[in-house]
Design a protein around this ligand. Structure first.
Ligand SMILES: [Zn+2]
Length: 282
């Protein structure tokens, strides 16, 4: 994992440890759009240093694909540059990331110095379900296709490069992550919405892992759908939430996050089902 890979025309991905997080860049004629900022200001400063390898152009915009810490805690290193994010990012930061960071700082979670430096910095430009950006004349579409990994996932479409930067709606180097603020019952529909917009030759860059294609997204959508239907079936059968994870044999995606997926799915069903995502455009 070293260096920038040009995954599509003028679209770059760099995979950083820890967490094999994707940082992407869309290079326009007069500036760079940076997608996601890693977990801390020092990690973001490393991005800024590494950007020199892409030429002398300034960073003219930043996008957070969603609010999770590994995608947004470096925002403060881009002060002065417009930072785009979905309109529900600030609420997610307040509900999940701020208390988590406070707990890490309080208990001295390593790397303690690095966490202590983080000043949670929400996006400065909040967008709805569709927003069109220009990066040196290149069109970049920001799309919220529905709830799933969170309620504030944005995918970026770069039409002139047939490229999609999809954050954690799709993961390649590990299974899709059911983390804080996830919507396991709606995620399959959102992923299907993404797959429906892809052509066979489009490049899809996940939030973690190597670039993939439509067939990979279709396969991951099927796994997400299996998890969602398993949760709904167990709920319908009256299996208590604390037993659901162990009931009914193997799960399609074996990972710790499934406990959270089950809990979130049950909570949504208790509340009368997860409402359909908004289709309004702003
Ligand atoms: Zn995430």
């Amino acid at each position: 994992m070293s260096g920038w890979a040009e995954v599509a025309d003028g679209v770059f991905q760099r995979r950083y440890d820890p967490l094999d997080i994707s940082v992407c860049v869309v290079r326009g004629s007069d500036g760079l759009l940076v997608v996601d900022t890693r977990s801390s200001p020092r990690q973001a400063d490393e991005i800024r240093t590494d950007l020199r390898a892409l030429g002398p152009l300034p960073v003219t915009a930043v996008v957070n694909t969603h609010a999770h810490f590994d995608h947004s805690f470096g925002n403060q290193s881009f002060v002065g540059v417009p930072i785009y994010g979905h309109e529900r990012v600030p609420a997610h930061l307040d509900a999940y990331e701020r208390p988590m960071l406070a707990a890490w700082v309080a208990r001295g979670e390593e790397p303690a110095e690095e966490w202590a430096e983080v000043v949670i910095t929400p996006p400065t430009v909040l967008v709805g379900d569709h927003h069109r950006l220009l990066v040196g004349g290149r069109v970049v579409e920001l799309l919220h296709l529905g709830r799933g990994h969170t309620d504030n996932d944005i995918v970026l479409h770069v039409p002139d490069a047939s490229a999609w930067l999809v954050g954690d709606l799709v993961e390649e180097s590990g299974p899709p992550m059911y983390g804080s603020g996830c919507f396991p019952l709606e995620w399959p529909g959102t992923c299907a919405e993404l797959a429906g917009r892809l052509t066979a030759s489009d490049v899809v860059v996940p939030g973690h892992g190597r670039p993939v294609d439509r067939s990979f997204v279709v396969g991951q959508q099927a796994e997400l759908a299996q998890v969602a239907s398993r949760i709904a079936d167990l709920y319908a059968a009256g299996v208590p939430v604390e037993e659901a994870r162990r009931a009914g044999g193997a799960w399609p995606l074996e990972q710790d996050g499934l406990d959270l997926a089950v809990a979130a799915g049950y909570a949504a069903l208790d509340a009368g089902g997860e409402p359909q995502p908004s289709t309004s455009s702003t």
